[in-house]
Design a protein around this ligand. Structure first.
Ligand SMILES: [Zn+2]
Length: 148
């Protein structure tokens, strides 16, 4: 069910970890595989359940450490919606999140370059943004569910 990493994904993992002086371990590879396999913004617990299918001996603490490492080296984004468990997103392209109040699911919404440019233009002089976080809360129309 869960595919192995492609050559490209493995290189991305290796490069990002390498830049922060870290190495690829089988555990990190397993967790990264799980994140890429199903891009539905899983919580730590969900990643843990799935990762155990790939690597049965994995502990929750290890999964948590892997995720922290990925966030630290910019490989994965944390997604926080008030009072909810942190979710993890491997989509590194600029995007906003849409949280569906009915299902609790979080969808990626692409941010076109012109929108990003326009958003940056509202910053006062002397401010430069590294990260823009936008989240929409609402309801997706039924039958219009975006895929993972
Ligand atoms: Zn996302």
């Amino acid at each position: 069910m869960i595919q192995n990493l492609t050559e490209h994904d493995r290189e991305q993992l290796q490069e990002a970890l390498g830049k922060s002086g870290q190495k690829v371990t089988p555990q990190r590879e397993a967790v990264f595989t799980v994140l890429l396999a199903q891009r539905d913004h899983p919580t730590v617990d969900e990643v843990f359940q799935r990762a155990r299918e790939v690597m049965p001996g994995l502990s929750l603490a290890t999964v948590y450490n892997c995720l922290e490492t990925f966030v630290g080296c910019g490989l994965v984004r944390q997604v926080n919606h008030e009072r909810e468990s942190t979710r993890y997103c491997p989509n590194l392209a600029p995007h906003a999140h849409f949280r569906d109040k009915a299902t609790g699911r979080v969808h990626d919404i692409e941010l076109p370059p012109e929108v990003l440019k326009s958003l940056r233009s509202i910053l006062p002089p002397g401010f430069d943004s590294e990260v823009i976080e936008i989240s929409f809360h609402g309801r997706a129309q039924s039958g219009e569910q975006t895929s993972n």
